[in-house]
Design a protein around this ligand. Sequence first.
Ligand code: AMP
Length: 133
Amino acid sequence: MAERAGTEPSVFTRILRGEIPGEIVLQTDDVFVLKDIAPKAPVHLLVIPKTDAYRDVTELAAGDPRLLAHLVEVAETVAAQAGLDSFRLIFNTGLAAGQTVFHVHAHVLGAGAGGTLDEASMTAGMPGEGRDT
Ligand code: AMP
């Protein structure tokens, strides 16, 4: 689907187009997987639809549930490729919940082969993270 009229392309779209650097580790026709630039766990990947028509997972679920299911399937595939048998799959949804890029994406967080996520990785991206209150 086309970019939303009147909006700038997202950072993820610009990486997909090759306009800015990024490490894409897997692509299907509809989804790509990017290494997060600021990893919060030993494995931190972003699974992103190629379309940026959907700002968050609620819009994606309502607008294209098959694409959402495909995104989850790709998350499982890259997690397995990264040696994870357990992983967190996170959709930050809305500014106050920590969403910073309004092009829907899933975070895949994992400890790597045989490991366990530490507390910081378990709370990564949560509102209030790093604050005393
Ligand atoms: P969220 O805060 O849920 O919207 O997640 C956005 C994620 O995108 C953050 O974890 C950022 O570290 C990541 N990110 C932002 N810019 C880039 C980039 N240029 N390359 C890779 N990851 C990025």
